[in-house]
Every structure is written in C-alpha cells, then in structure tokens.
Ligand binder design. Structure first.
Ligand SMILES: *Cc1c(COP(=O)(O)O)cnc(C)c1O
Length: 365
C-alpha cells in the first residue's frame, strides 16, 4: 500500500481557468505561475498543459524548479522569482532572473560577461509589499545602471501586490501608481520599451489598470477565486482516499489521542489512511468533514500522523475500500480548498501545497 491519498488533477479545468485569465488579460501575455510544484498540482504536467493552451511564459521561485520544467521539455521563457544563488543555472537552462538589489545585478553581469553573453533580466520594484525588490527611490538610478551594463539586457519591470484581494483597493491602487510612474520614468530615461507586469490573480480579476504587458496569475489557474465571486473558475485538484477499516464502537468510547472525542451513542467509526504526514493538518481534528457515499461525514478525534477517523454512523453500508473524498466532489457534495482553509484560519494556497505536493498524482483531461 502506498502512503497517503491520490491527487486527481483535472487538466481540462486548468485549461478552462487559463482561458478565463486569458480573456481577462485581452491581448497581454499570461505568465503561468507554477512555483511550489504548481501549487501542489505537479509542475511539469501543469506547465505542459498551460503552454499548450496558450501561456506565453512560466514563473517559478527556484532554478531547481525551472530545471525540472526544462527537463520536461518546456521551452517557453521561465522567470525565476527568488533564487539567485546559482547564476550559472540561468545560463545553462536559459532562465530569466529577477534582479532585486545591487549585489545580484553585479553577480549576473559578471557571469554573463564571463560567458560572453547578454542575458535578458527583469527588475523587481518593491512598491509596497515590503519583501524583496528595489525601493522606489533607488529604482530609476538602478535601472539606468542595469541598462548600461555589459552582459545584461533590461527587458522587464515587475512588482507584486500586497492586498489586491481586498474589497478596498486603496493600497493596491497606491502600489499601481508607484509602479506606473516608475515605469514611465525608466522608459523615458533609458529609451527602452520594457515588458511590465504586476498583476497576480486578484489583480487580473479586479484591477483592469494593472494588466500592463503581461499578467502573472497563480491561484486562479488552480481554480480558487481570491474573492467571494467564483468568476467561473473550476477546482483542479481533488484528493481521494479510501476506508481502511470500519469499527463498531459502543457509546462512551474515546477515539484517538487525548480522548478529544467520545462517542455519545453506539457508533460506526471509519479509519482513513491519511494524516498530518500527508499534509492533512492536525488542526482538522474534530474540525473538518470528508465525503463518503455522497454524504458529508465529520472528522472525529485528533488527526494522527498516518490516520484520521470519521463518524459514519449516519451513513448506511460503509465498508472497507469505499472511496473517501478529502477535497473535491462526490455526488452532489463539494469540499473546496477555501472551505478547508476557512476551518483552520489559513488560505487555499497553503491547503493546496500541503496536500497536493506529497500526494501521488493522477492526471486526466
Ligand atoms: C505567487 C506569485 C504570483 C501569483 O500570485 P497568485 O495570488 O497565486 O495569483 C505572482 N507574482 C509573484 C511575484 C508571486 O510570488
């Protein structure tokens, strides 16, 4: 028996979601964000489908992630958000670095000159995220410097929103204004026409002024809307397991570590071979549901490392081997990443990466 649940990845839903992003983006390029194993969905298969369906480029956080895509036959431009430890990888795998400070500018320029090459680079501006990137007041000067450097070809300008998913867009519009002003100043001073991009999924769906030359959606491709409105996005990942054992327990029997659940009646308890080692958060203890025979059934007692218990007393004829959906649809019922996230005070991103990455994958169209 293999450890953990199976992640079923609906590539048709992925393509449908990309289509929604492309229609929002108009003529602009869509750069599909496939960092963290495509948010737990499996980066190579996801990237192949995104590219086949019209994504102009891809983005990852680390060069190792990009290397995997190249080895998987992906040839579109790949932007690498974070990793600058391995400048040689950028040349070996034809990747586009995101320059974020003076030191890394020098590192890439040196590496390019050493190889007698000129490499395209994008520059990251910190317009209000407070994470990485050139501060606005340093940006124009740094851009002029990069534009004049041997080995580097300043191709793009990017930034990232801190809260484009809020109803109140005041701060996002402030970031947008800073970005737009710096873009104008840099293009004027350098005479370059730069590819500018700032829009994450939330901005694609809500800030038409933020689209510029390309957009960088992630979570929307995987079917989660950052807003209450769904925009027609369809979930891509489902997580399936099966009943390992069914136990008949009399009333007043404690279930799992710490006796946090005690049966109130004669009960049937199903044991599922999925636990926190598979990314099923321990905070789901007595605090989530799974789907079994088309019914919602509650998680009872503490989630263990490899097992979780469900109270199936009200579901007739449950037996070993029955399909259990942890995430996704069964019959009329649907458990979304947003539902699970809401139960443990986190976001769908964390649910998808924690549960998707360790799971075995099954892809279908
Ligand atoms: C993760 C990420 C994105 C995608 O954000 P979503 O909210 O998933 O659409 C875009 N840009 C950068 C820099 C990111 O790190």
């Amino acid at each position: 028996m293999h450890r953990g649940p199976v992640a079923e990845i609906d590539l048709a839903a992925l393509q449908h979601n990309l289509q929604i992003m492309r229609s929002m983006a108009g003529k602009r390029d869509v750069i599909g964000v496939v960092k963290a194993d495509a948010y737990g969905h499996g980066s190579v298969e996801v990237a192949r489908r995104l590219v086949a369906a019209g994504a102009a480029g891809l983005a990852v956080a680390y060069t190792d992630e990009a290397k995997l895509l190249r080895e998987g036959g992906i040839t579109v431009p790949i932007l690498v958000f974070v990793d600058q430890e391995n400048p040689d990888d950028y040349f070996r795998y034809d990747l586009v670095p995101v320059l974020r400070d003076r030191r890394t500018v020098q590192v890439f320029s040196d590496e390019a000159r050493k190889r007698g090459m000129r490499t395209p680079v994008h520059m990251k501006i910190d317009t209000g995220m407070g994470r990485i990137g050139f501060r606005p007041e340093q940006t124009v000067e740094a851009a002029l410097e990069i534009a004049g450097m041997e080995g580097l070809r300043l191709e793009g300008l990017m930034s990232h929103f801190s809260e484009a998913d809020l109803g109140d867009g005041t701060y996002a519009r402030q970031q947008l204004r800073i970005f737009s002003d710096l873009r104008d100043a840099i293009q004027l001073r350098t005479g370059l026409r730069l590819r500018c991009h700032i829009a994450n999924s939330a901005a694609v769906l809500s800030l038409p002024d933020a689209l510029f030359d390309a957009v960088r959606p992630g979570i929307a491709l995987y079917g989660c809307s950052p807003f209450v409105e769904s925009f027609g996005l369809r979930p891509v990942l489902s997580l399936r397991s099966e009943v390992l054992a069914v136990r008949n327990l009399p009333a007043a029997t404690a279930v799992s570590y710490g006796r946090t659940f005690v049966t109130k009646r004669d009960s049937r308890i199903a044991v599922i071979p999925v636990g926190y080692a598979d990314g099923y958060n321990r905070l789901f203890s007595n605090n989530a549901e799974m789907l079994l025979k088309g019914c919602r059934v509650p998680v009872v007692g503490r989630v263990c490392m490899d097992m979780t218990m469900l109270d199936v007393t009200d579901v007739p004829n449950v037996s070993e081997g029955d399909e259990v959906m942890i995430l996704g649809r069964q019959g009329e019922e649907l458990i979304t990443a947003a539902e699970l996230a809401g139960r443990i005070n986190t976001i769908p991103y964390e649910i998808l990466t924690s549960l998707g990455t360790p799971a075995r994958k099954a892809y279908f169209n």
